[in-house]
Design a protein around this ligand. Structure first.
Ligand code: DAH
Length: 338
């Protein structure tokens, strides 16, 4: 049988096979299968055929439509994979990739790691407390009542519920003694906050390392020995350390600690790096009151405490002129410590 539909199919298949790109293929699809395409036109003609012819031609029409559709799809698939391999051919897989940059530790973190390593060798464990504190932990428990002038010097940021951003890490002294029995030997590094005017040496957020040692017969000699050892390890053996009498409400006696070393930039003069002292008996008594026991009997236990200014130590150690650099995230600055 050589029905016109079969001729149409042969013609369509030939034409599809001969198309050179996706656009020409689409034109061929429209020509044969489009709404007014020649194969579609046969569907209309079906009505004019007599009853016996209709199923035969109907089946043939279906076959032709399927064959032509399949041929178009196959040809389209060829064009698609051709397009893909053309795109891939333009990629030079021998070119070096974009390397993931390796970060480095922030100078404050490096400073902290060094400090922790030194204190660990002296048997200090790490302790922790929240940045958002109660007034009691920050002041009252540290022998600093509401009318105490030290509260003005340490003005901070208050939350509506009365809590505050801690003005020093000394809060962790209290938190540690609330939850653990003596003897105690801890350091507590962390952020502290004050309503300071920001300049090269002041920041509203800075960092401290608190230390607390409570045992029987702890003396000022122990305090001096521990902190001199620390300063020598950190800044070098030829560093001079000075304990200058000072006042803190929660220690008695109290000292500020200065260092001086020719090896340090700007180290020809004394630089203040810490506050320290012997734990005030009133602090032990307030802790006992909160605990509801007599675990920190001031007749039995003594202790020393200190607060190191970590930003200050890092600025001396790495010769950094401005405290604001720590928080600015300037890669030109940070890369110098990679
Ligand atoms: N908390 C004090 C401050 O921020 C520093 C300090 C002084 C801490 C004496 C102490 C201490 O533990 O004994 O200025």
């Amino acid at each position: 049988m050589n029905h016109p539909l079969e001729q149409l199919r042969a013609e369509a298949l030939r034409e599809i096979e001969a198309t050179g790109d996706a656009q020409l293929l689409e034109a061929a699809r429209v020509k044969y299968l489009g709404r007014s395409g020649s194969i579609s036109a046969w569907g209309e003609q079906m009505k004019t055929l007599d009853k016996e012819q209709r199923p035969i031609v109907g089946k043939l029409l279906n076959d032709v439509r399927n064959d032509v559709t399949a041929a178009i799809e196959e040809r389209a698939g060829k064009f698609r994979s051709q397009k893909d391999s053309d795109a891939l051919a333009k990629i030079d897989i021998s070119l070096p990739g974009t390397a993931a940059e390796r970060g480095s530790l922030h100078p404050l973190t490096q400073m902290l790691d060094r400090a922790i390593a030194i204190f660990r060798r002296m048997g200090f464990a790490l302790a922790d407390g929240p940045d958002i504190e109660t007034e009691w932990h920050c002041f009252d428990a540290l022998n600093t009542p509401p009318d105490h002038p030290a509260r003005n010097e340490q003005d901070t940021f208050y939350l509506p519920d009365g809590r505050l951003l801690r003005t020093h890490t000394s809060t962790v002294q209290i938190r540690t003694m609330e939850s653990a029995l003596p003897p105690i030997r801890v350091i507590a590094p962390g952020a502290s906050y004050r309503r300071d005017e920001v300049d090269a040496t002041h920041s509203a957020q800075f960092h401290q390392i608190e230390g607390l040692y409570v045992d029987e017969n702890v003396s000022v000699a122990d305090l001096k020995g521990a902190l001199e050892f620390f300063m020598h390890e950190l800044f070098g053996a030829d560093t001079a350390v000075r304990f200058r009498p000072h006042y803190f409400p929660f220690t008695e006696p109290s000292f500020e600690i200065d260092v001086r070393s020719k090896a340090l930039k700007g180290g020809e003069q004394w630089i203040e790096v810490a506050g320290s002292g012997m734990v005030h008996p009133a602090v032990f008594e307030e802790v006992n009151r909160a605990r509801g026991d007599d675990a920190y009997d001031p007749a039995k236990w003594t202790g020393f405490a200190f607060g190191l200014g970590m930003d200050r130590l890092a600025m001396i150690l790495f010769d950094i002129p401005d405290i604001r650099l720590f928080a600015q995230n300037d890669l030109r600055f940070l890369r110098q410590f990679a």
